[in-house]
Design a protein around this ligand. Sequence first.
Ligand SMILES: Cc1cc2nc3c(=O)[nH]c(=O)nc-3n(C[C@H](O)[C@H](O)[C@H](O)COP(=O)(O)OP(=O)(O)OC[C@H]3O[C@@H](n4cnc5c(N)ncnc54)[C@H](O)[C@@H]3O)c2cc1C
Length: 493
Amino acid sequence: MTPEHQPLSDFCGVLASFLAARVDPLAIDAAGAIPPAHLDELARLGALSVSLPASHGGAELGLVGATAVVDVIARRDRALATTVGLHLGLGTRALVTHGTAAQHDRWLPSLATGERIAAFSATEPAAGSDLSKIATRITPTATGRLRVDGQKIFVTNGGLAGLFTVAAASPGLGEASAGQSLIVLERSDAGLAIGPEEHKLGLRGSSTTPLFLDAVEVPADRLLGPPGHGQELIGEVLAWGRTIMAAGCAGTAHAALDLARAHVRERKQFGRALAHQPVVRAQLAEMGADLFTMRALIAHTAALEADRAALERASLVTKVIASDLDWQICDRALQLLGGMGYIEHSGAPLLLRDARITRIFEGANDVLLTRLGLLEAQHPKAPSETGTTADAIQQEVHGVVAFLRDALGLSLFRKHAELHWLGRLVAARDAALALVPYARLPEDTAALGLDGAACHWAQHALARIERMVCCALLDRDAPDAEPLAQALLEEHA
Ligand SMILES: Cc1cc2nc3c(=O)[nH]c(=O)nc-3n(C[C@H](O)[C@H](O)[C@H](O)COP(=O)(O)OP(=O)(O)OC[C@H]3O[C@@H](n4cnc5c(N)ncnc54)[C@H](O)[C@@H]3O)c2cc1C
């Protein structure tokens, strides 16, 4: 955070004090629920309204505010951060950006005070990564109302939410003969029913339920944004949600680093603290550099809030890299704790279990990488001069795009394996570019209001990204795996 964000940083300090004093992550995990008093207190402190409009009780601190709050909460408890992050991101975003004045007046004040928690529901049993297959349907009635029927699954905050933004097919609505729309449903709407809580690997304190919609009839003014444009709106909302989720990854990774650091200082083996083992020290530095990359990407992406297309593209990179690095850092922390890391009360297993879903939800990483490759193939980014290692990475990726386009022409757009591979390179390149502002000389970073040590972290982080690029390039030369995949699939048929 730079000096202009000082009030936000003070606010995060207040949140951190409350979290440290009152929130017990292991107790939340064991109970499988967040004590309501925690959410009440977070609401009182303003965490549930940080990105909501000032006109309706929010602090209007946008994506920068939401990511800062979720980062700080996740550093203490990921289930709580997921609950708050979903409320600030997917749960309220479409309403904030596409709601009418009347919709804002009706729902935003209670969302800002936390009287209502928000949820977002797109996924269905047959529509996960492919949301074009959503079967929940909005049908206009003869009396000008809207009827909603369908079944949703995996609704974060489902058990506590008072307001649901639901994605549904809406053929014939407005001018659109096909397409999807977003509709707001209240928990009290007749025909809306919440299913039982899912039993999950992690995030056990965060509510996840199915949602049943059986002839839910509501007034036509429940639609959000123009009818038939649901897919665009979902894209916008997910860009916010993914960036906020990435901030949760940074918070969890920071908690894992804290845990590992404390342990290696105390634990003695081979006559000295683990912290004096050169291999351990190098691993700690890698964890710190990766965490630096995550935060640089999140800051870069959050600053793009006003540019819809750029935010969408950057959020793909940030989500994938942050969730992958979160997993790696939590795994490394557990390793450094040795056998103790495998024991629940050390806290390391909870961090790892909570981190796992982030590589799947809000878009499975492999799906997002393919999308990223496609966007790059369609609109390649020209390399720029940065005077850092990022230049070589940019040139490399630029060369790969040119090669693929020359070799495959238009058929590249249908070659998912190639696009996925390209997506990996693009993600690494964009992570490198996000590090560039920090990778300057210490005097420059000081002029930008950044910590002088940032330069060293950024250099180390860039070197790690370079390795990521090398691995991706080497994978390209691996023998063709297709016949093996086919053999395996036939064997198990
Ligand atoms: C705890 C939890 C909370 C959630 N919260 C919400 C929520 O609040 N709202 C909501 O709408 N949804 C939510 N989800 C749903 C989540 O977003 C989906 O699970 C996710 O998008 C993946 O969809 P899927 O599970 O159907 O996996 P599938 O689409 O069946 O994919 C399974 C796997 O196949 C692979 N795969 C699929 N397609 C491709 C491809 N084209 N290329 C390469 N690999 C591919 C990937 O490895 C993927 O992980 C939640 C899920 C969980 C578990």
